[in-house]
Design a binder for this molecule. Structure first.
Ligand code: FAD
Length: 464
């Protein structure tokens, strides 16, 4: 993948004029709106500030108006009025994306779906939710009947289900269920188009791929139907190791032990644990650690596996219940929370997202660990991939310059490690499978013929 020096997406749409926005506001009478500039600016941000490159590029970008639909008929109305005036529209879920995914580049409407958060139904093994439902609330609702989401990002407490399917891809649970895009992990999406006469379409099966992880560039998701899994009272554990590769091999073995019911399998190299102040008693100086979430019936086998690998269990406790806000769950030190925990202490770091090759992943991880040392601090998330258990990494990088960062990226690519570049807001620069990108573009041609949805994010889009 060629590495861009900066984000070079298509020029976005012109910003709508104040007169156009005033007319739109009048036409939306009755729908909740926010137009206080400070609030609109605040709502127009996500966590792009992890990246010094995006921080500079997205400074000052904001919508003109926040619209907060209460139900799908409001969404259809907003879509119709925006299309009529050619006003750009960007959807906001929880605003926890990492790459400025929901930052409006051309002003217009920010559609905040937080008022659409109902659980529509929940039955054996599957549930249907409005797009603005928070993942934590879905799990709280499911727990009553023994079900939970198969996977969630580590932002479970703040992210929405619509934002997860539109902007996320993997998370806690991926060690069993793989990525969201694997067939069967999302059952259905209901999507409102931005045509002259907007429609609400039900997508099921392979059709889902057109909208999944498309950053809301080709449809407004109003409902999501998700398959669920058994809600265990998960036990979270830390296993500590003297040697990094001993820990890495253990994480791989744990993932491959299909009899052990595991929901999290995170490898973190020293010195990253030294930044996790609240966990200090469980993080011995200089040790590399594996964070895990294990179902109680598998604990005995898990402990035996740790002992056989030469590790020591330094923490074992029940994961705080979904509704418990007093305790920080261990998964909030994993996935992209690892970088956040380090950033709390050291504002100068940034991160990378690397995808290692199944079968060669441990050799690649070791090579990068030894090559970059403390400049690129290793943090891997093990997960099920179609070709077997492998890992991706969200390494914490001691940032010096953009040139050095791209040098590090190039080195990874030259050594067979794919980079899903977190320093760009352009969808295609993340390196999606071409088939997925084709699906997304084809669906955009149909659902957003004027290119009004989240303009500037899909680089292959050209107006017809
Ligand atoms: P937003 O940030 O609001 O939106 C994300 C994208 O989806 C935007 O492009 C937006 O326009 C679009 N969108 C939102 N709602 C809709 C809708 N209804 N219809 C159409 N488009 C829509 N991601 C992971 O995959 N796994 C992780 O483990 C993970 N960990 C994270 C940890 C931290 C600390 C942070 C800051 C981020 C992490 N992320 C992770 C990224 C992000 O939290 C997730 O992708 C999350 O699911 C986004 O949900 P959201 O509701 O906040 O979406």
């Amino acid at each position: 993948m060629p590495t861009p020096a900066a984000n070079d997406g298509p020029a976005s749409l012109p910003r709508p004029s104040p007169a156009t926005m005033a007319a739109l506001k009048a036409a939306l009478e009755g729908v909740p709106l926010l137009d206080d500039p400070a609030l609109v600016r605040l709502k127009s941000r996500d966590f792009f500030w992890y990246s010094p490159i995006l921080k500079a590029e997205l400074r000052g970008k904001a919508a003109d108006l926040v619209v907060m639909p209460r139900h799908e008929s409001d969404v259809l109305r907003v879509a119709r009025e925006c299309v009529a005036r050619r006003v750009p529209l960007t959807v906001r879920g929880g605003g926890t994306g990492n790459y400025g995914q929901m930052v409006p580049l051309a002003g217009g409407v920010l559609l905040d779906v937080s008022n659409m958060s109902r659980t529509l139904w929940l039955k054996d093994g599957v549930g249907r939710f409005e797009a603005g439902a928070k993942l934590i609330d879905i799990d709280i609702a499911g727990a009553a009947s023994g079900w939970e989401l198969r996977m969630h990002p580590s932002t479970r407490r703040t992210a929405t289900v619509g934002g997860f399917v539109a902007g996320g891809s993997v998370g806690v649970g991926s060690i069993r269920y793989g990525q969201l895009r694997e067939p069967g992990n999302v059952a259905a999406l209901r999507v409102v188009t931005m045509e002259d006469e907007p429609r609400a379409l039900e997508l099921r099966g392979a059709d889902i791929q057109g909208v999944l992880h498309a950053y809301g560039t080709n449809g407004i998701i109003t409902e999501v139907e998700m398959p669920l899994s058994h809600a265990w009272p998960w036990v979270e554990a830390i296993a500590a190791f003297e040697d990094f590769m001993q820990a890495a091999r253990f994480a791989q073995t744990l993932g491959e032990s299909s009899g052990i019911v595991c929901k999290l399998d995170t490898l973190i190299a020293w010195p990253i644990p030294s930044y996790f102040k609240p966990l200090q008693g469980a993080l011995p100086e200089g040790r590399h650690v594996v964070f895990a979430m294990i179902a109680p019936p598998s604990l005995e086998s898990f402990r035996a596996l740790v002992a056989a690998a030469g590790g020591t269990i330094t923490l074992e406790r029940v994961t705080p219940a979904a509704g418990d806000t007093a305790e920080v769950p261990l998964y909030e030190y994993a996935w992209n929370h690892t970088t956040l925990q380090v950033l709390k202490v050291d504002k100068t770091v940034t991160y990378l997202q690397s995808i290692f090759t199944p079968g060669q992943n441990l050799a690649q991880v070791e090579h990068m660990f030894r090559t970059f040392g403390d400049e690129v601090m290793m943090h891997c998330e093990f997960q099920r991939r179609p070709a077997g258990i492998s890992c991706s990494a969200l390494q914490v990088v001691r940032y010096t310059t953009a040139e050095r960062l791209y040098e590090i990226i190039r080195y990874h690519e030259e050594h067979g490690v794919r980079i899903s570049n977190p320093h760009t807001y352009i969808l295609e620069d993340k390196g999606p499978k071409i088939a997925d990108a084709d699906h997304q573009l084809a669906f955009k041609r149909q659902a957003d013929p004027y290119g009004l949805m989240n303009p500037g994010k899909m680089s292959r889009w050209t107006p017809a």
